[in-house]
Design a protein around this ligand. Structure first.
Ligand SMILES: Nc1nc2c(c(=O)[nH]1)N[C@H]1C(S)=C(S)[C@@H](COP(=O)(O)O)O[C@H]1N2
Ligand SMILES: [Mo]
Length: 332
């Protein structure tokens, strides 16, 4: 369930900043009754910490599966590894916002960090925003601990935002400033990147704000065993993996097929401690001799199911490849 810190995926759009925890300050302002400036000790003493186990997933997870269908120049060819789960501990963002008193016209909470991303146009520090309704939900944290240890620099230490159920990009690391406002963040990573563009968009001509800003994660799953390319005895085989529903949905069913989707075997689901984590599943399927493609599909609590082909979800920046995962094995 929990990914050790050493193998938790990492994604940085700029150089990692080294922040002295004693010098770190969080500034909270914008459309509030009272601005706040907090040191780490003040944040930890003034606000009762809570722990949330949550899966983070980069919106570019499984981009390689889209690139196999049509190339996506200049973007990282992630496999399914850009997904990990940790126990996060910190102050609920809602408590810090309540201490400031939000103006009733606030619609979005914006986050700004100090790390400058040269890929941004123009180059600028990393940032983004989430809708205020999500920002005041109890699971959204200003976290200073990961898996029981002080939050490592690589994962945003001394303090990062953790937005369970949302794409990784909204969990802003090295958080420095929080702004309550009546519009989404103007930051490149809100207005230019992490947006779903139509398949026929001309990326040389796209403008800030084009396409759809990504927020809640889309339903996805992965097959962890057997491995792609494995050789195994024909007959009954255990297939196992995880599914991740995203947002505040839960995984309610996972099916496995060995005949291209003609017939399906329903998988057993492990417990899902909170809506914010992946859910492990396993099934026993009959594998005939020869080369066999094993595929899976997950269903969530809104009865949504994963799309079959990467081709149907291909988009110019290569986000949200949540098509059926597949491994091909040779049985004898
Ligand atoms: N300040 C800052 N926060 C950031 C990023 C970044 O580059 N700078 N990357 C984001 C992206 S795109 C993802 S997917 C997650 C990755 O978090 P991790 O490196 O702890 O896995 O952090 C997000 N927060
Ligand atoms: Mo990401």
């Amino acid at each position: 369930m929990i990914t050790p810190v050493e193998v938790f995926y990492g994604r940085n759009h700029g150089a990692m900043p080294e922040i002295d925890p004693r010098a770190w300050r969080l500034r909270v302002g914008g459309m509030v009754e009272q601005t706040l400036e907090l040191s780490l000790a003040e944040l930890q003493q003034r606000f009762a910490p809570v722990e949330v186990t949550a899966t983070l997933q980069c919106a570019g997870n499984r981009r390689a599966g889209l690139m196999a269908y049509r190339d996506i120049p200049g973007q990282h060819p992630w496999g399914a590894g850009a997904t990990s789960t940790a126990r996060w501990r910190g102050a609920p963002l809602t408590d810090v916002l309540a201490a400031c008193g939000l103006d009733p016209h606030v619609t979005d909470i914006a986050f700004d960090a100090p790390d400058v991303a040269s890929e941004a146009d123009p180059p600028q520090p990393f940032g983004g925003s989430i809708p205020v309704d999500k920002a005041i939900a109890p699971e959204v944290l200003l976290a200073w601990e990961m898996n029981g240890e002080a939050l490592p620099t690589a994962h945003g230490g001394p303090v990062r935002v953790v937005v369970p159920g949302y794409i990784g990009a909204r969990s802003v690391k090295w958080i420095g400033r929080i702004t309550a406002q009546d519009h989404p963040s103007d930051n490149f990573f809100q207005q230019g990147a992490y947006r779903l563009l139509p398949a026929d968009a001309d990326t040389a001509r796209t403008r800030p704000g084009d396409g759809v800003a990504l927020g809640p994660v889309a339903l996805d799953s992965e097959i962890l065993a057997p491995d792609d390319g494995d050789e195994l005895p024909a007959g009954t085989t255990r297939v196992a993996g995880y599914a991740f529903a995203g947002d505040d949905r839960t995984v309610v069913r996972v099916d496995v097929t060995t005949d291209g989707g003609g017939t399906w075997v329903q998988a057993e689901l492990d417990a899902q401690p909170t809506p914010w984590t992946w859910r492990f599943w396993h099934a026993r399927v009959d594998v005939p001799p020869g080369r066999v493609e094993i595929m899976a599909r997950a269903w969530d609590s809104t009865a949504a199911v994963q799309p079959e082909h990467a081709a149907t979800v291909w988009n110019p920046k290569g986000y949200v490849n949540n098509s059926w995962p597949s491994v091909t094995v040779t049985a004898s």
